[in-house]
Design a binder for this molecule. Sequence first.
Ligand code: DAK
Length: 257
Amino acid sequence: MELIKVTEQKEPHVALIELNRPKELNALNPQLMQEVRDALVTLDKNDGVRVIIITGNEQAFAAGADIKQMADKSAIDMLLLDQFTTWDQIRKTKKPIIAAVSGFALGGGCEFVMTCDMVIASETAKFGQPEIKIGTIPGAGGTQRLTKAVGKAKAMELILTGRFLSAEEAHFYGLVNKVVPKEMYLQEAFTLAKEIAQLSPVAVQLAKESINRSFETHLDEGLTLERKNFYLTFASADQKEGMKAFIEKRKPEFKGQ
Ligand code: DAK
């Protein structure tokens, strides 16, 4: 594991996965996501582990999928890359996953957080789906999960403008369970994890599955449409311009093509 750090028993029955690409604000490249997938598969099979915490660092949970690796891709490249087999493992994991978030959780980073089961945020956390600013749209569930979490009007505002939500706002809209001072977010995630880890792991897994079923009815259809539309943006000049402008640190000029 190069881009994540896994501690199987950080506390009894509680495992910790730390995303570890600090220079890139934990931008989620395929290797990092593959490592997350492998870790989740292993931890799900490990009888000693009952709850999993995933975190980044103080500056960022993750600032999104890696724009530098996506910028030049065509719609068909994106389709064939089929990164969803790795991303899907987050929602297939049977044990509860708590995201402990400080700093940026943007784009794919916010989608990653929303795919986890509970969220503890530092007061410094910032959530958002800024893909529109680089000429694309959320591709890993953002249009579906954010809408279910915060309601249609707020989701429209956030996804169509790319604005960020503060930790307090995210709490108000029900995106996170609790906001704590920045020195406490990981500790608070462990407090929650330890409480759940004392309970019947069988009942906990069945409860998680049942809650997700209520949440995910019709989700598959929405995710399929979102994926197709996300791929389609890679056929546009605006996506190329948006991502190139980010890399070149300038304002994009969108032409609607
Ligand atoms: N990708 C690559 N590099 C990134 C990055 C990203 N998403 N975010 C930050 N970095 C890099 C910066 O390029 C910079 O690198 P150097 O220039 O030093 O080499 C370094 O991290 C520090 O960033 P900044 O210098 O920009 O730091 P600031 O504090 O000034 O700004 C920021 C922080 C988070 C506001 C800014 O970095 C930013 O706007 N980042 C991009 C946020 C964003 O647009 N995120 C959405 C990306 S699109 C899918 C799965 C997922 C997705 C799609 C499909 N499938 C499974 C198919 C998701 C898509 C996305 O997330």
